[in-house]
Write a protein that binds this ligand. Structure first.
Ligand code: FAD
Length: 507
């Protein structure tokens, strides 16, 4: 029998910071906790400080967040000037002149209980020469800028394997969520926090003081102050695990530009001599940025390289950002939970940061505290949070270490990195048997690992011979059939522009 809990329900939550993380949290908590009588949720932000101003590409899990919030997808797309994203195209990562797609969703069709790629690998050994993207509805449609919704309840349709996310204007997204949160009763307070007060015995945060002397208290504080990590890092002194050794990129320069170049329903990442460039198509403009290692390239060089590789005319001055890859040792300490950049940051190569905010909110709901702030719950929250960072780091590292590039000091450094144990195990398993290990419900699926391992040129050591229910000839026939189903389905899909117009979500 466990001891009865002594804490009382939380009655006041103060969210500090109104960037993407702050407003996502405000919108979610005001909806999910609406049943707690008398609960007050406040959000403090400072227009003078502003937000990081980037963060436009998402992954399919955002659909669950939108559903949880009761968001109407077409309205959301229109209001945030969003486009549909079906995956990420990696250009020049494996070697110069090479490209591949990491599509959302999964490959092929259902195959007699064994993962599809074992049949594909067997087919290749039997003389087939198809590419992995030939089996991806999202990958093929993404390249052609086509879109329609998945049909998950029809396993015979290629559309059952389609996965999608969005690319949106981060500023409009925060505004959209702000409207939702304020309508649901969140009180927004404009002001700059100049002091954070703590309880003299417990060290719990009791209130924050603004530059106009206003004091705002709270039982639970959510730190969404961005890289500054004002409450968790600065005031509570929670340390930072520096992963620059693994992920040496520590700068970015972002410049939006007018639309231009080839339309694709994909975020594009092009490897550069000391990092990589993103290209994110929205309805009204392209988002662009260059993530680079300052040890290998100067700010001016990085900016010039970005400007020289824009598909349209620049629409703003360069926005220079500094960061360090890594995470806070505890995202939750005492009565402060950090969400967003204040909790940690791994470069946006696989668009995971907004997802980490979403995961943090979901986890906070799982371990939602009472006023006693029970230690085991907090410890679990922190443990799971760290595991997420480790999983994402390993997946990002796969792109950097499995490269043939040897044309710059940066790529030589990355290519020679010793993979951490989790990644090393995955690589060994794939290289020896073609199997993909996915543990503890980690974010990236077998299909994602397959796409990037294959794209980065890693060869499988074989395939699961339990796929012997059909012989080689039947395998080749089945593969050809799937390719036909995928390509004919893509042909019939509307273009993204047609889909947006037909659903009232074009701007
Ligand atoms: P911020 O946007 O920095 O917000 C901080 C808030 O805190 C602001 O409202 C500020 O006013 C407030 N604040 C700070 N100090 C005080 C104070 N003293 N008083 C009052 N208020 C204060 N994520 C993705 O998922 N996909 C991407 O494609 C992507 N691309 C990125 C590219 C780069 C180069 C970077 C750096 C990040 C990217 N991200 C991406 C991450 C994404 O931008 C962030 O996760 C997201 O914007 C959340 O930021 P935030 O709200 O934590 O911080």
């Amino acid at each position: 029998m466990t001891a009865a809990k002594t804490g009382k329900p939380i009655q006041s939550i103060t969210i500090v910071g109104g960037g993407t993380a702050g407003w996502m949290t405000a919108a979610a908590l005001s909806r999910l906790l609406s049943g707690i009588p008398g609960l007050s949720i406040k959000l403090i932000e400072s227009e003078a400080i502003g937000t990081v101003g980037v963060g436009e590409a998402t992954i399919p899990q955002i659909n669950s967040f939108n559903t949880l919030l009761g968001i109407n997808e077409h309205e959301f797309v229109r209001e945030t000037h969003a486009t549909y994203k079906l995956g990420i195209e990696f250009v020049d990562w494996t070697r110069l002149g090479h490209s591949y797609v990491h599509p959302f969703g999964s490959f092929g069709l259902d195959m007699y209980g064994i993962e599809f790629h074992h049949y594909w690998h067997r087919g290749l050994a039997a003389g087939d020469s198809s590419g992995l993207n030939d089996y991806s509805i999202s990958g093929m449609a993404g390249k052609l800028d086509k879109f329609m919704h998945p049909q998950h309840n029809n396993p015979k349709s290629a559309l059952s394997k389609l996965g999608y996310a969005f690319q949106f204007d981060a500023g409009l997204y925060a505004k959209y969520l702000r409207r939702m949160a304020e309508t649901a009763g969140v009180e927004r307070i404009e002001g700059k926090i100049v002091h954070v007060a703590q309880h003299s015995d417990t060290g719990f945060v009791t209130h924050v003081k603004l530059d106009d002397e206003t004091e705002i208290g709270g039982e639970l504080f959510i730190d969404c102050t961005g890289f500054r990590s004002l409450l968790l890092g600065e005031v509570l002194g929670v340390g930072f695990e520096d992963w620059s050794k693994w992920l040496p990129c520590d700068r970015a320069v972002a410049i939006p530009c007018s639309l231009g170049g080839k339309n694709e329903a994909l975020t594009r990442s092009t490897a550069r001599p000391a990092g990589w460039q993103w290209r994110i198509p929205l309805q009204h403009r392209l988002g662009n940025g260059h993530v680079y290692s300052s040890a290998h390239m100067s700010q001016d060089e990085a900016t010039d390289l970005l400007v020289a590789n824009l598909d349209g005319a620049p629409l703003a001055d360069p926005n220079h950002l500094r960061f360090t890859a890594g995470y806070r040792h505890k995202a939750w300490d005492k009565n402060v939970v950090a969400l967003g950049l204040s909790a940690g940051f791994l470069e946006p190569l696989e668009s995971t940061t907004i997802h980490m905010v979403q995961t943090g909110i979901a986890r906070l709901m799982t371990f939602f505290p009472t006023t006693d702030f029970s230690a085991p719950e907090i410890a679990h929250f922190n443990k799971q949070n760290v595991q997420d960072y480790v999983d994402i780091r390993d997946f990002l590292l796969l792109h950097y270490t499995a490269t043939e590039r040897d044309d710059s000091e940066f790529w030589n450094y990355c290519r020679n990195l010793e993979p951490p144990s989790g990644l090393a195990d995955k690589l060994e398993m794939f290289r020896s048997s073609g199997r993909i290990i996915r543990e503890h419900n980690e974010l990236f699926t077998e299909a994602s690992w397959l796409a990037v391992m294959t794209g980065q040129g890693i060869k499988p050591g074989g395939w699961n011979t339990a796929n012997s229910v059909i012989d080689d000839a039947e395998t080749l026939k089945r593969l050809a059939h799937i390719r036909h189903v995928v390509s004919s389905t893509v042909q019939q899909m509307p273009s993204q522009a047609e889909f947006l117009a037909a659903n009232g979500s074009a701007i």
